[in-house]
Design a protein. Structure first.
Lengths: 262, 160
């Protein structure tokens, strides 16, 4: 009984370490086989349509509503201290520094990451990847690398759109609906938001999240057991793992980027 | 899907994304004050800077004319050395005074510049000689209490 439990624990540990090692080698293999993704950029553009353009609707609508809610709740709290003028700063800083990259990353993981895993998992289950190898086409260069670069390029653009729409949503609610002074809203915001410290760090965050989410999605798809059950399990794992990784990485990046400020 | 339609959509997506980044950089953030080429630096010594931080605004007549670039401690004079980066568009006389002020009751601290009457203007790496320290609340309360105590003593001394 006890021996069984210890054996189980050992087995799980070995499996976990093996998977991390495999994922790391897989990541390096993607980087080494990236030449095709840039030489035949059409492949990457095609994948950008599926990961980037098709994620636009959910990103834009979520960004707008998150910004509008920030406007409402921020005003509600700030007006107690008579500092409604700081509403623009609150909305812009929270979106550009944290909410934009993180929420766009989470949405990207569930919208695009799950699709990538399901697609590659099914390609593997129906032996399309093996067929490519038979034809001397490297599946990592032809299938995996273009999807990787498409995700890495799309993610910062999506995060920027999320933040911009969020600021616009905050403006709609704060200025148009509630009636905070328009000039104060923008000037306080511009006074507090720094290009290098805030906006550039937000972009760096979103690039890191893009790399993490697409790598996890591609790895789970490539590693999925070639059955219907295996692919569905891998899709679930992609969403769960990449969401957790985005949140954990966000904490680490924030600790490095904003610790020295203020 | 048709290749050209696909290209068109991805192109629109990239344009929208870059546009959003530009919007963030120009409308939400302030790129204008980041530029260090059209600015000059002056130095001011303070005995106490209170809660002044790097990147705090430098204002004259309430208008932001620059930012605090650097704060150091001079171990020879035991004073704080504050470097101010001012916009080149604004020139100040040599006898300008710098004081550390607070916006609002609990607001952030900033450096206020009060122009003097000199005809020679401040140049890069010049030093502002007239400075006024930050008001430290504890000192202020201490002075107030001390003053009250003195007042009380003086009244006691008056014969009835």
């Amino acid at each position: 009984m006890l021996k069984q439990a210890i054996e189980n624990l050992g087995n799980r540990t070995i499996q976990g370490v093996w998977r991390i090692g495999f994922a790391a080698r897989f990541f390096v293999a993607i980087l080494l086989h990236s030449a095709t993704a840039f030489r035949r950029f059409g492949l990457t553009i095609r994948e950008m349509y599926f990961t980037g353009v098709l994620s636009l609707i959910i990103i834009l609508v979520s960004g707008l509503f998150v910004g509008m809610v920030l406007g409402l709740q921020g005003y509600e709290t700030l007006q107690r201290y008579g500092s409604e003028s700081a509403l623009g700063t609150l909305v812009a800083l929270s979106l550009v520094r944290e909410l934009g990259p993180v929420l766009a990353g989470l949405l990207f993981a569930s919208r695009a990451g799950s699709a990538i895993t399901a697609e590659i998992g099914l390609m593997k289950a129906t032996e399309q990847l093996s067929a490519m190898e038979m034809m001397a086409i490297d599946p990592i260069a032809r299938v995996v690398a273009p999807r990787f670069w498409a995700g890495v390029i799309s993610m910062p653009l999506l995060a920027a759109l999320f933040s911009a729409l969020g600021v616009f949503g905050g403006y709609l609610v704060g200025v148009r609906l509630i009636g905070v002074d328009e000039g104060t809203f923008w000037s306080q915001m511009q006074g507090a938001v720094d290009f290098e410290q805030d906006i550039l760090n937000g972009v760096i965050k979103s690039v890191v999240f893009g790399v993490a989410v697409t790598t996890i999605a591609l790895f789970e798809g490539y590693d999925a057991p070639p059955t219907a059950e295996g692919v569905s399990g891998a899709t679930t794992r992609t969403v769960v793992t990449s969401s957790l990784v985005v949140l954990a990485l966000d904490f680490v990046l924030t600790a490095f980027m904003f610790r020295g400020l203020n | 899907m048709n290749r050209t339609v696909l290209d068109l959509w991805v192109g629109l997506f990239v344009i929208a994304g870059v546009g959003a980044l530009l919007f963030l950089a120009l409308k939400v953030g302030s790129m204008s004050t980041v530029n260090s080429t059209d600015s000059y630096e002056v130095v001011a010594d303070f005995q106490n800077i209170g809660g002044l931080k790097p990147r705090a605004p430098v204002k004259s007549a309430g208008v932001v004319v620059g930012r605090v670039a650097d704060i150091r401690f001079d171990n020879g004079k035991y004073e704080a050395v504050v470097t101010l980066r001012l916009d080149k568009r604004y020139a100040f006389p040599k006898d300008t005074s710098a004081s550390i002020m607070t916006s609002g009751l609990l607001g952030e601290q900033y450096v206020g510049l009060e122009p003097g009457g000199d005809s020679v203007m401040l140049k890069n790496k010049d030093r502002i000689l007239i400075t006024q320290d930050a008001v430290v609340l504890e000192n202020l309360i201490g002075q107030f209490l001390y003053g009250k105590a003195q007042e009380g003593k003086a009244q006691e001394g008056v014969p009835k």
